[in-house]
Design a protein around this ligand. Structure first.
Ligand code: UD1
Length: 342
């Protein structure tokens, strides 16, 4: 069976993708430096799929280690590259850390595969669209100036892939532009593990409901949206993981669109923050303590994706709705209370 390298495979999206690769008959091989994840996630993956995936702990910024790994693992036919720093606020405070980690790792991987036929799926983000001019946003919408160094690393990385595909013919790239990944595996054995105070909405909601946080602040209630709060396209992490398997399959068949292609990965539906809270309360049976507070600087007002291209060309479509997203996120938070990780 094809071996697929999953960098960042013990992280939130990476771990779910390892499980879905296994379910689809692939052999996932993980590289992770555990900078933002926990080794116990390997045990959790093993509980779900029944085998322990091959795991290598090192930093992809170490060029010599990347080269040695590639030489010693010639059977790898595809890469799903998640490993990257991803905290928007931290990237504003430490831009060099973000440019160093996110680019050196990518370039080391690409260099190590020069001349070798390789399928490569890159973790990009809808953040490249900024505040879109029209909704739902399609892949051909203009890329707007990035609001943070983190966002800029995603934009520049996409350009690096496109230019690399144009210059050499051994790389086959797909960039997946994720909307807002939420939820957890149906087993509640893996899910999002934020370090410190969560910046993203869903972990903040579930931590508030379980009593780790006193209350959630809704960032802004006076936007020009139907209920005044911001709108996002939340996507279940298991659906998102399956989109990576679909991308690997398309690359194996030979993507008709050539050596570099990009797809939106969302549900195509937008939910406001207040609607997300209501959906959580319904799915969990918990009343959430929240207040509507001031806007968060840099927030996009509303974004949701056009997923026509993904459904027609990638052969993938989200199957799980907001109720499953909320119920699984809540089940994971309750699991963590009984079985702390880290
Ligand atoms: C954020 C990043 C984005 C990144 C994505 C990764 C910013 C400005 N954007 O997107 O670049 O790709 O995470 O997952 O940080 N909210 C609250 N209260 C909270 C937390 C969030 O009301 O305590 C609201 C936000 O204002 C937003 C929505 O919930 O409207 C979703 O927020 P979040 O989960 O942080 O995601 P994004 O802002 O979409």
């Amino acid at each position: 069976m094809s071996k697929i390298l999953v960098t960042g495979g013990t992280g939130y999206i990476g771990s779910h993708t390892v499980v879905e690769l296994h379910n689809a008959g692939y052999t996932p091989v993980i590289i992770d430096n555990l900078s933002n994840s926990n080794i116990q996630i390997l045990d959790q993956i093993e509980k779900i799929i029944g085998i322990r995936p091959e795991f290598h702990q090192f930093d992809l910024c170490n060029e010599a280690k990347v080269k040695a790994f590639v030489q010693e693992n010639p059977a790898i036919s595809g890469i799903i590259h998640f490993a990257a720093s991803k905290a928007v606020g931290e990237s504003v405070e430490k831009p060099l850390k973000y440019y160093h980690n996110n680019f050196f790792s990518l370039i080391n991987l690409l260099n190590a595969y020069q001349g070798k036929n390789i399928n490569f799926v890159f973790s990009s983000s809808c953040t490249v669209y900024g505040e879109p001019d029209s909704l739902p946003v399609t892949e051909s919408a203009p890329v707007k100036k990035a609001a943070s160094p983190y966002g800029n690393t995603k934009q520049i990385a996409e350009e690096i892939l496109e230019e690399t595909a144009g210059a050499y013919n051994n790389y086959n790239f797909i960039a997946l532009r994720y909307f807002n990944p939420v939820g957890a595996h149906a087993s509640a054995l893996i899910g999002e593990l934020p370090i410190g105070v969560p910046q993203n909405l869903l972990p903040f909601i579930t931590q508030t409901a379980i009593g780790k946080r006193e209350k959630l602040t809704v960032f802004g209630g006076d936007y020009d949206t139907p209920d005044g709060s911001c709108i996002r396209d939340y996507i279940h992490v298991v659906d998102l993981a399956k989109a990576h398997v679909a991308a690997i399959r398309l690359l194996e068949k030979g993507n008709p669109n050539g050596g570099y292609d990009v797809f939106n990965v969302g549900t195509g539906n937008g939910y406001s923050v207040l609607e997300a809270i209501a959906a959580f309360e319904k799915a969990s049976g918990q009343k959430l303590n929240y207040v509507v507070g001031p806007r968060r600087e840099g927030d996009i007002i509303q974004v949701w994706g056009d997923v026509t291209k993904s459904s027609e060309q990638l052969g993938w479509r989200a199957e799980l709705g907001i109720d499953e997203m909320m119920a699984s996120a809540w089940a994971w938070e309750k699991y963590l209370k009984e079985n702390p990780i880290g």
